[in-house]
Design a protein. Structure first.
Length: 300
């Protein structure tokens, strides 16, 4: 995958963005055809999630999802390196569904944990979201990948757009620091479709099977008495769309008896159901079919 990303980076530097995106999708197709075992693994996950689909539809979802996944890196690279003058018109073209939820949370002035998944050009959605954030708040991001110059340039865009930014690294086990950060009334963004091999999980129902789903976001929200704001990014009628879902208030759960793990289980199940619904509607825009089999493997 690292070699693919390097190729995509090079294409993005050499060609206009739209052409680089199309070339990236062609490369994804070639990659899947040259790696049949990997492709079959993805198809098995899609088939398990959608048992009623025939072989051709399953294959179509796999190829489209991986084209979206690989071409994402082209958009990411472009947004990282392009001037703010070029980026702003792109963000202006992003539609927003559910903006009233942002307005409500701004009025409540409470800590907010934004939870999302790797779907569509999600980084573009995050930048759009940054333009909506109150300037009085600091936006935190929990990152699970290692830092790089490209990433530094990408997240500089948050600052260029006027956001106060703070990065947390998953490898640094930022739990307590993140709780303190949220309790100050700030905004924190994290992903919940991460491999269960690298994060804490709890058992929930996911696509009608028992799954080990990441519970960190739920525990973090409850411990900091934050409001969870679920969001996802898709194309709707050919237009990039940031979808903002109704908030989940966790403040009352903190006072309930029991361990943090037990109190977070209900919220984690609620998030898992939301993620499942998003994937059911947009299966070919979710990047991470590869982790589905990991989610379904129960702990011994």
């Amino acid at each position: 995958m690292n070699s693919l990303i390097l190729i995509i980076d090079l294409l993005t530097l050499l060609f206009p963005q739209k052409i680089a995106t199309q070339l990236s999708k062609h490369i994804a197709t070639i990659f899947l055809k040259l790696n049949p075992q990997y492709t079959l693994r993805l198809m098995a996950s899609v088939k398990a999630a959608f048992p009623a689909l025939d072989h051709s539809k399953v294959k179509e979802i796999v190829f489209n999802s991986q084209r979206n996944h690989i071409s994402f890196f082209s958009t990411y690279r472009f947004l990282a390196l392009a001037s703010l003058k070029r980026v702003k018109p792109i963000l202006n073209e992003v539609d927003i569904v559910g903006k009233e939820h942002i307005n409500l949370l701004t009025q409540l002035n409470k800590p907010v944990l934004i939870v999302s998944i790797h779907m569509g050009d999600f980084f573009k959605g995050f930048l759009k979201l940054a333009t909506l954030a109150p300037k009085s708040k600091t936006i935190g991001l929990i990152k699970w990948m290692n830092s790089s110059k490209k990433e530094e340039a990408a997240y500089q865009k948050f600052i260029d757009l006027g956001a106060n930014l703070k990065l947390f690294r998953l490898r640094d086990k930022p739990g307590m620091d993140a709780v303190k950060f949220l309790r100050k009334g700030n905004i924190l963004l994290t992903m919940c479709d991460v491999s269960p091999q690298i994060v804490k999980t709890t058992s929930v129902s996911f696509f009608n099977q028992e799954a080990e789903f990441p519970c960190g976001p739920s525990e973090l929200a409850i411990a900091s008495q934050a409001i969870i704001l679920p969001i996802y990014f898709t194309k709707s009628n050919g237009r990039d769309t940031l979808n903002i879902c109704p908030p989940i208030d966790t403040s009352s759960i903190w006072k309930q008896k029991g361990s943090l793990s037990s109190k977070s289980k209900k919220i984690t199940q609620q998030l898992a159901k939301l993620v499942e619904n998003w994937i059911r509607i947009y299966p070919d825009e979710w990047h991470f079919w590869v982790i589905m089999e990991e989610l379904w493997k129960t702990k011994k």
